[in-house]
Design a protein around this ligand. Sequence first.
Ligand code: ZN
Ligand code: ZN
Length: 764
Amino acid sequence: MVKRVRVRYKGTVQGVGFRPHIYRLAKAHQLAGWVNNDPGGVTVEVEGEPEQIEKFLKASVEQAPILSRIKSVESREIEPKGEKDFVIRESERGEVVNTQVSPDSATCPDCLRELFDPKDRRYRYPFINCTNCGPRYTIIEQIPYDRPYTTMKIFKMCPECEREYHDPMDRRFHAQPNACPVCGPRLVLLDRQGREIPGDAIQNAIKLLKEGKIIAVKSLGGYQLACDALNEQAVKTLRQRKIREDKPFALMAPDLGAIEKYAFVSPAEKEVLLSPERPIVLLKKRSHPSLAPSVAPNQKNWGFMLPYTPLHHLLLAESQMILVMTSGNLSDEPIAYQDEEAMARLKNIADYFLTHNRPIYIRCDDSVVRVFEGKLYPIRRARGYVPRPLELHFSIPNSVLAVGAQLKNTFALTKAGQVILSHHIGDLDNFETLRAFEEGIEHLKKIFEIEPELVVYDLHPDYLSTHYALSLDLPKLAVQHHYAHTASVMAEHNLEAPVIGVSFDGTGYGTDRAIWGGEFLIADYFGFERKAHLEYIPMPGGEKAIKEPWRMALAWLERIFGADFWELPLEFLKKINRENAELLLSATQKGINAPLTSSMGRLFDAMSALINLRLEANYEGQPAIELEMIADEKEPGFYPFEFYSQDGVLIIDPKEVIKRAVEELELGEERAKISARFHNGVCRMVIQVCEELRLSSGLNQVALSGGVFQNFWLLSKIKSWLEERGFEVFIHHQVPTNDGGISLGQAVIGLRRLKDVLSGSNEG
Ligand SMILES: [Zn+2]
Ligand SMILES: [Zn+2]
């Protein structure tokens, strides 16, 4: 007896080889019928033996293409039609409306096999790809996702590629970037003058890398700078030319075994390293052997990734080198991605260019993640993850644009109950980044067909993202920075009831115009109350105190010891020009260029300077990061914070903490112990405040967010200590805990308050 079933698959099932997968399965189970894309998914009708249909349904999910993500399958029986054949139907018009643009994906195992098979026609072809892998997001100019709308439009497929492209049984059926050595992009090695170096580009590049040269490599989302990670001179040169003093460089290794030689890799970390997203994963260093010291000075971690394009695979497999593989830019500029621009901008950094003629349409940096308790903990969300949407638990169909913050900017757009978070844009403090931000917004609006009804922005009046938002002709909503952090965790975990938000970072504009950053909020999507925060302290010289953390140390010392602090036997004081510092402090006392801050980041800065660890920051967060890196993990002691109440708000007073640290420094205590006791003190303080807030509010859910929670000492101790006391604790797993996650929080607050704002009842 013949049955006919209609099945609907929802989720990421378009542009990922789902229709050919269904086609092959239907053929294998002797079923007739058809498959097509429709708005929001794939619809299939199959007709045949009931037993075969059962097997087909099971296999359709179990063997789904690696890039697909099935959210739901619905099937129902319908009248048989007596068809004999199975066909892929041309897409219905209107299909494009919900077509999801997929992220770029690492070379799949099938393509890898062909890449290294001397008998394959794509042997050593650096642009091999198929429906299961290759460039996507970075080559799409507009929708629908079809070759003429990608940067591959300039390459005309040869007959053999054409045949694969049209054969539903082939792995390259409708693989838009399909190419081969006959018809596709071509790799070249150029010198700084743009002259081609004759011979095998890969082999020549390897030879140059082994000689200690720096090579700009054109990757998926932009240019990378590569050099031999074991060659200290080469790495140092790269640092000098790139003007990057200490910030760690990312690494690429040929395989897992090579990584494990230098770092500890847990099973969960292995999985992430090997995932199709192929992010940079921060891994604990082994003490021996070591890579060149300049790769990651004063760090306990290496940032490793595995090859993710065929070009990387060839370079790494044939060289067996560990390469520094860092973003192709100068200092904090955005990554270079257009060929001429890259040649111009990188010609004083790179000695050679390993490049090709497949244009990159949208730039996208490598993603950076850590693994925490076996789960992803993003630091920078970009290539591989973007533009995969985040699902919300409430389905508000409206569209809002959330423009994010200033540093580590991302923006977000919402549509049909989903949030599309942009790739990491960078720090919005130069023209190039601002342009990338504005172009990025226009591009995502276009490819997702979104017309926002509201723009949400940070309360900070000077952020360039704020200026941009204010320039738009749209209803507007400003959201406080630390509140957005908290809402971002809430959105990831579908939390609806109010939570205790612990929001710690370096800088965020407060509702009282002070600089917040050590905040305890009680929040839901409709508002927040600031319940506790670090005691205010002036930042001597304003923003400059971020780059020169000794200023924060002086501010606290003066508050605690008065002008006598200069007599304290502290090493770091000897390095400071007392005359200038006294002028600075007297200006600070008069309130000249001395904004008040409750920032946890600045307290870490003060401590880092106080113990003479870091008096100047060469990159954001460096004093705090190095303070964490030296902390003695076995030390259980702590310095106690004190508390007092002011206008119903709990003020957290660190003076005793600093006093104890000074006393112990005088006694000659090790910095590793002092750092550990400081860290433990902060953890203990968080527990105390949360218990206090639980008592007064009855709330038991805690959301941890903000850049300070990139500190794993704090994250793991605070989380486990809270859990031991019966709290339910939520942290980030989908977006960064730093300001890269702000736009998600802004977006959900905007969505939930959209009606109020549009009706004018809750403006601002
Ligand atoms: Zn492939
Ligand atoms: Zn071809």
